[in-house]
Design a protein around this ligand. Structure first.
Ligand code: PGA
Ligand code: ZN
Length: 385
């Protein structure tokens, strides 16, 4: 594809923060942003600066013919640092997304295997809410179509909202459209376990534990307890067993490969132990995790890596080693639905892209792709390993 035209503008995200949108030949890509960001993610620069870089320095891409990899290499070379410290990972991903969308706008995505939506139904932590655990997630493992799966998650959210409205106080919605209320982490798990059983869904947690780890301890404000890493290992093991969790993300802080490895040894047969801040979609960090046997699953957030090609290298390594990839949105989002197309393109069996609010742009894109496919089917989920 020849890049005839490249430009950028500053747009709003779901938190009302400014972000960067790039256009390649009139087709857009927009950078999302995190609240519980990992230390090792690609650097983010102010939106104004990102727009200026695309409208000046990156103009050298105009007039040339590119496939995705070549365009991404140009962007990476222009930056020249490990983690996009010069041009910003947000600048890079906006252009990389726009290139992908411009290439695939004319070429239909012909993949037919669809990811299960992992839906954040209740929340706390850095996204807002009373619980220390950041995300309480529904995975509709029995659904036979994308319609059934999305319907199960929406039904989950609606039932939970009704129960919380009847039984609790201060019901609200947080940054990711997840419900919040004046209850602690266990009460939330009790309530969602009942709903999940009724709907045939499984449940999981994003602990996002780096957010409440300080001075060598996990500090659960909502539960009024402070745990050492050893205690946290026991606590995670017991919680996963008691609530039959099928998914557990970032159970340990972002540098603790060792305890993550221990937990995977203990419960990894029945539960996806997923690394988000631990790996930050980085191939080298994932390789370390694979060598150590830390986790059996990982989050793929393209903006953590900076370009689609870098994220693709990480997901390719994951799949080779039988690590389950979960393509994911960020808590600060826009109507950009590139990750839905990428999840399908990469054959990811799970996508984490919310349940309601503006995140429906990603979910509706999955529906559109489902309806455009000749014989669409849901992915095979290897949950017992
Ligand atoms: P973030 O959170 O986008 O705020 O980093 C999402 C997550 O931790 O999975
Ligand atoms: Zn996470």
């Amino acid at each position: 594809m020849i890049i005839h035209n490249l430009h950028a503008e500053k747009v709003l995200d779901s938190r009302g923060n400014w972000t960067v949108r790039a256009y390649v030949n009139g087709i857009s890509g927009t950078a999302p942003s995190g609240a519980s960001t990992g230390t090792y993610e690609a650097k983010v620069i102010p939106a104004d600066k990102a727009v200026a870089i695309i409208n000046t320095k990156l103009q050298r891409l105009v007039g040339e013919s590119f496939n995705q990899i070549d365009a991404d290499i140009q962007i990476e070379t222009l930056d020249g640092t490990e983690n996009f410290e010069k041009i910003g990972g947000n600048t890079a991903i906006a252009v990389s997304f726009a290139v992908f969308n411009a290439i695939h706008n004319s070429k239909k995505i012909t993949k037919e295997v669809f990811p299960y939506p992992l839906g954040n139904v209740f929340g706390g932590g850095a996204h807002g809410g009373t619980t220390t655990f950041q995300e309480f997630l529904s995975l509709p493992t029995q659904s036979k179509s994308i319609y059934e799966a999305l319907n199960a998650n929406v039904e989950f959210h609606h039932r939970l909202r009704d129960i919380l409205n009847r039984k609790t106080k201060n019901v609200g919605i947080n940054d990711e459209g997840a419900l919040t209320a004046d209850i602690d982490d266990f009460k939330a798990l009790d309530i969602i376990t009942d709903i999940a059983e009724d709907l045939g869904c499984r449940i999981g947690l994003d602990v996002a534990s780096s957010e409440f780890f300080s001075k060598e301890k996990y500090r659960y404000k909502s539960l009024q307890k402070t745990l050492t890493p050893e205690d946290q290992l026991d606590f995670m093991t017991e919680t996963a067993k008691k609530y039959k969790l099928v998914y557990l993300e970032d159970p340990f802080e972002e540098n603790d490969f060792k305890n993550t490895q221990e937990l995977t040894k203990k419960i990894g047969n029945n539960c996806l132990i997923c690394g988000d801040d631990l790996f930050v979609t980085n191939e080298k960090r994932l390789q370390k995790g694979i060598t150590l046997g830390a986790t059996n699953s990982l989050i793929i957030k393209p903006n953590q890596a900076g370009t689609i090609s870098l994220a693709q290298d990480t997901i390719t390594l994951a799949k080779k080693n039988d690590f389950i990839p979960v393509v994911s949105h960020r808590s600060g989002e826009t109507e950009d639905s590139t990750i839905s197309r990428l999840a399908l393109f990469w054959g990811a069996p799970i996508i984490k892209a919310g349940v309601i609010d503006m995140r429906i742009s990603k979910l509706n894109e999955l529906i559109h792709l489902w309806n455009s496919a000749e014989t669409p089917k849901m992915a095979k989920l290897k949950l017992n390993r």
